[in-house]
Structure formats: C-alpha cells, structure tokens
Ligand binder design. Structure first.
Ligand code: C2E
Ligand code: SIN
Ligand code: SIN
Ligand code: SIN
Ligand code: FE
Ligand code: FE
Length: 412
C-alpha cells in the first residue's frame, strides 16, 4: 500500500511517465496498474467503446494472478457488452456518470443496472466494491470506461472506495482518454491517407491495396503461428500490417502521371523514376509517431527487395537516397538487401504484391493464367521470395483465393 507521500509523488510523475509511452497497449496497462495501486484495488479493467458496444480490452486481477504459475498471463475470453443502462459498465458509458458501488451483490432493486455474475462465476472471483468512471474525450464523447474493483484497507479487508479515490480516478481516466483519442485520430488520418492514394490512381489502387493487405495479413498470421508468436502480438501486428500493406505504394503519389498511367512498358529511365516510390513512401513515415508509422515505413521501403539481393532500393538511407556506408559495390552501385536483411513485413508484402499484380490486368499488361501464376511463384522461391513464405502461400492458397474474390474489381 502506498503512503500519502508516495501517492503524491506517483501522481506528479504519472503524466511524464505516460507521455513517454507511444504504444497504446503498454500505456493502458500502465494507467490501470497505477490507478489500482493508488486506490489499493485488487482488480481493474479498461473497456473500449466500439459503436454501441464496450469491448473488455485490458484487465488486471492480483488475486487471480497469484493463483497462476509464474509469468503466466490471465486469460479472458474477449467479450463485449452493449452500451445500455442494464449493466454497471453499460450505464456509465451510456450516461457519462461515475458509479461508486459499495457491494455489487447488494444493489437496490430500483436501480436500472444489475451486476453480471457471469464474470465472477467463470473466473472464480468475488467482486464486491466497484468504482466505474467514463473515459471522455475533449468533445465529451465517451471512448470507454475505467473500472477498479475491491479496494482493501490496511488489514487487507475489502472496503468501499472513498470520495477521494473517486476524484483521483478522474485524473487517471483523463490520461487514458487522451491516449485513446490520440490512437483513434492516428487511425482516422491513416484511413484518409489511404483514400487519397486511391484518388490519385483509382483504377488500380483501390481493390489492389485491399487484396494485398488481405493476403499479407493471412500470410503473416500463418508465419507467426509457426514461430509461436504470442496471440496478443499477432492480433496487434495484423492490424498494423493491414494498414501498412494498404499503403505499400503510397510513394507513387510522387510519380508523374505520364509514368504512373502509361499504357505500355516503361523504358529504363521511366522505370528508374518509378523505383523511387519505395523511398518516397518511406519518407512519408519518417516521423514515427506510432507503431504504425514504423511498419508503414518498413513496408514502403522494402516491398521491392528480393530474397536473392537483386531487388531495390537496397541498403540506402531513405532520407537522402544514397547508399549506406559499407554497402557500396565496386562499381559504385548499392548492394540490395537479401534474405533476412529484408524485414519480415517487407518480405511478406513483396509476395502479396506480385501475386496480385500477376493476377490482375494492368494498363501495361494482361492478367496471367492461374497456373502460370502458381508456377511463377513456385519458381521464384529463394530468388525473388522468402522460401518459407512461399511454402505458407501454397499451404493457404484456398484462403488467399477467397480473399481475392472478396475484393474483386467491384471498387473500380
Ligand atoms: P505493380 O503493378 O503493383 O507490380 C508489382 C510487382 O509485380 C512488379 O514490381 C513486379 O515484380 C511484379 N510484376 C507485375 N507485372 C509483372 C509481369 O508482367 N511480369 C513479371 N515477371 N512480374 C510482374 P516492379 O517491376 O518493380 O514494378 C513496380 C511498379 O512499377 C508496378 O507495380 C507498376 O506500377 C509499375 N510498372 C512496372 N513496370 C511497368 C510498365 O511496364 N508499365 C507501367 N505503366 N508501369 C509499370
Ligand atoms: C480496440 O482495441 O478494441 C479498438 C481500439 C481502436 O479502435 O483503436
Ligand atoms: C479482410 O478481412 O480484410 C481480409 C481477410 C483476413 O483478414 O484474413
Ligand atoms: C518487422 O518487419 O517489423 C518484423 C521484423 C522481422 O522479423 O524481420
Ligand atoms: Fe510497389
Ligand atoms: Fe503494388
């Protein structure tokens, strides 16, 4: 239990500490930890609003955690509850009012909300006092709720949350709301950026980027399962990769219309110009404000590298376009990245992009036959493509075909 002095110190440091965290998940976990510490609460959760629902997004529970083997994480089936006045969390999200409940098993029958015993029953836990606070943004929209459970006194007995706890929790809630709002604004900006890229090249870009993103996410997930990546990391990476893959060619906004829309093969000079779209794309994400910027930069820069080192732009500094020191070949040209020098997301999008480019008609070429495409990809395992990813490609071929059908040319 924190002393009063420690509480004050911790509050003062909180803003600074949290402003240094870019990753939304880590930040929300930290807010929850600090909020619980402050109120000496055994458990807590943050629910995030998605339209008319609250998603149970982050949760901590000391009592249940202690029963688990070391380092094992709490597993909750992700569930969601409707935003209405029938549940405690729903009521707070629907009305924007804070609820400070002394004992959820002794709610007056006249109240509109009930405690759902479902959580206690599945988890083997006894909830008693619950403090629930709305997460409100600057426009007073409710983005979610912060809930802390079972505050304990000096002797470890469960007691009720004080008025002071209530006031303090508003501070934590506002930190969480700002972080959430920032993440949601980033997301909205990215979606706008994707639409702008589509406007530039509407005939090809719209359906192409959706398919490439769908393929990339499918291939990534299979790769991650084979490599025993944690489920939470997979889910998060899927989301980041989907948006990054949709923007793989966004650097083409800097390519002239004459080249971009040329209804014939490019000559050597034009092709050199076209290749710049990798570097131009990476420059758009240079600021790295979020995980997403990092992934989008990686994808834009690396999606035309080849496993055998014969791709582009190779080991260049994307800011200047010049070779990185030590990566120049005797003739002065830059060495291509090869094998695992190419980041995973770049290797994945390379395969997804070519599969889609071959499968569809372009202004400069016809679509290929399915069997020719399969042969081409098979043949290029270990030369153009990461051989492991090609293996995954064929093991998930039916799924990839169904994604392709889902995003057929309807958007043209
Ligand atoms: P994209 O159309 O999205 O094509 C992506 C990649 O798919 C190409 O990267 C290439 O690796 C593969 N690809 C596409 N079509 C063919 C094909 O007919 N045969 C083979 N073997 N591979 C194919 P690449 O070549 O680096 O091109 C990058 C981008 O440059 C293309 O994106 C496209 O926008 C543009 N581009 C490339 N060649 C031409 C061309 O001759 N004319 C025009 N107008 N644009 C071209
Ligand atoms: C969620 O984590 O459930 C959604 C968050 C978001 O929309 O950014
Ligand atoms: C999509 O749903 O957009 C693509 C398919 C997938 O997620 O695997
Ligand atoms: C990534 O591209 O972000 C993943 C890094 C890797 O495994 O190459
Ligand atoms: Fe490209
Ligand atoms: Fe492409």
């Amino acid at each position: 239990m924190l002393t009063e002095q420690e509480k004050l110190d911790s509050l003062t440091r909180l803003g600074i500490e949290l402003s240094q965290i870019n990753d939304l998940d880590i930040l929300m976990e930290r807010v929850l930890t600090r909020a619980r510490q402050f109120a000496n609460a055994d458990a807590g959760s943050i629910y995030i609003r998605q339209e008319d629902w609250l998603n149970f997004s982050y949760t901590q529970n000391d009592t249940l955690q202690k029963k688990l083997p070391r380092n094992e994480k709490l597993i909750y089936s992700t569930f969601k509850i409707p935003i209405d006045t029938k549940s405690i969390a729903g009521y707070v999200a629907a009305t924007g009012r804070t609820l400070n409940i002394r004992d959820v098993y002794r709610l007056e029958a006249t109240l509109p909300y009930r405690f759902s015993k479902r959580f206690d029953e599945t988890a083997g836990y006894k909830t008693q006092s619950v403090l629930t606070i709305p997460l409100e943004n600057s426009n007073r929209n409710i983005l979610g709720i912060l809930q802390i459970i079972n505050t304990q006194d000096d002797e470890g007995r469960i007691t009720e949350f004080s008025h002071r706890d209530e006031l303090m929790m508003h501070h934590f809630a506002s930190v969480a709301a700002v972080a959430l709002e920032r993440a949601q604004m980033t997301r909205a900006l990215i979606l706008r950026m994707i639409r702008m890229a589509e406007m530039r090249d509407p005939r090809e870009t719209g359906p192409h980027v959706n398919r490439v993103a769908g393929f990339a996410v499918e291939i990534y997930e299979q790769w991650a399962l084979r490599h025993h990546i944690d489920r939470k990391v997979i889910d998060k990476s899927r989301d980041v990769l989907r948006m990054a893959a949709m923007l793989h060619d966004v650097g083409k906004v800097a390519t002239s219309d004459l080249i971009l829309k040329k209804p014939a093969r490019l000559n050597a000079d034009e092709y050199e110009d076209m290749k710049q779209h990798t570097i131009q794309g990476a420059r758009l994400f240079e600021q790295q404000q979020s995980d997403f910027d990092e992934a989008a930069g990686i994808v834009a820069l690396n999606h035309h590298e080849r496993w055998d080192g014969r791709g582009y732009p190779g080991h260049v500094d994307f800011r200047t376009g010049l070779p990185i020191k030590g990566y120049t070949l005797p003739d002065g040209s830059v060495r291509g990245k090869q094998g695992n020098e190419i980041p995973l997301f770049g290797r994945i999008v390379a395969l997804a992009d070519v599969f889609d480019a071959l499968s569809t008609k372009r202004t400069y070429k016809e679509a290929w036959d399915e069997s020719d495409i399969r042969q081409q990809i098979e043949k290029n395992a270990g030369t153009h493509f990461d051989p492991e990813l090609v293996e995954i490609f064929f093991s998930r071929y039916e799924m990839l075909r169904s994604i392709q059908k889902r995003y057929a040319e309807e958007a043209c």
